[in-house]
Design a binder for this molecule. Structure first.
Ligand SMILES: [Zn+2]
Length: 259
């Protein structure tokens, strides 16, 4: 409890410092921030969902649907969670996006295999969640003009790996190449919090990509649960203050397209 209090306090301090950095004439602030997870790994469920839910924030999770179907639902035995856990994300307001079926590089597959990896997740997610997915994230960030063209026949939005460094200009978004800002453990929570304020200043849509979230020592592509919570607490506070709006990929794009 004391730890949680300290973490929240830290995040508030970070957000306040970031806000103080705004020019007095900041005028209308209009940043959008999205939280994105690829894979449906265990720690994304154990820490990622619970902590975001504590702060009332939704996100978008991209799942390789055949691996989720095959999961034995035991941490350590399966790389990814099962559909019950993905349903928990859905019930908490998260968007369920597609990440292929078997987490393969689309660029190395035959046309038939590509078809299955792109089209298959639609029926899988509809069957298990009851909602047709509209967002697709290419496994390994591997795509070509041809795979993108095929993806866009079946989905509305494609998430690339690091396009625009994840700082998508709200007035010039290409739904085929929505970029993501990959949060790694060598970044401070203050830096990520500052990125959110910059998104508000510059009318960017900042899409944060998280991989593993761990209680112990993080390796590459992981961050500590504590740092994740500081980032989420900062996003929540900035959202409450009207500086940014935290939305799923689908909600953010629908709002941008309505402008
Ligand atoms: Zn992946």
């Amino acid at each position: 409890m004391q730890q949680l209090f300290k973490t929240t306090l830290n995040a508030i301090k970070l957000a306040m410092l970031a806000l103080l950095a705004l020019p007095a004439s900041a005028g209308t602030l209009g940043g959008t921030v999205s939280i994105a997870f690829d894979d449906g790994g265990w720690t994304q469920y154990q820490y990622g969902l619970g902590i975001a839910a504590n702060y009332g924030l939704p996100g978008t999770i991209f799942v390789p649907t055949a691996l989720i179907s095959a999961s034995t639902a035991a941490p350590g035995e399966s790389w990814v969670v099962d559909w019950d856990k993905i349903r928990a994300f859905h019930e908490a307001g998260w968007e369920i996006g597609a990440h292929g079926r078997s987490h393969l590089r689309l660029t190395e597959l035959t046309p038939d295999e590509i078809e299955g990896e792109i089209e298959g997740p639609i029926s899988d997610i509809e069957r298990e969640i009851g909602v047709k997915p509209v967002s697709f994230s290419s496994p390994f960030g591997a795509f070509t003009d041809e795979t993108i063209a095929r993806i866009m026949e079946s989905y509305d939005y494609h998430l690339s790996w690091k396009g625009h460094g994840g700082r998508n200009p709200a007035d010039a978004i290409d739904p085929r190449y929505i970029g993501r800002f990959e949060v790694t453990n060598n970044m401070s929570a203050a830096r990520v919090c500052g990125e959110m304020v910059r998104a508000a200043q510059n009318n960017f849509w900042l899409v944060l990509l998280f991989h593993g979230i761990v209680d112990g020592n993080p390796v590459e592509y992981q961050i500590t649960a504590r740092k994740y919570e500081e980032i989420i607490a900062c996003a929540s506070l900035l959202d409450q203050k009207g500086v940014i709006q935290v939305k799923t990929i689908r909600e953010a794009m629908e709002a941008i397209e309505a402008q």
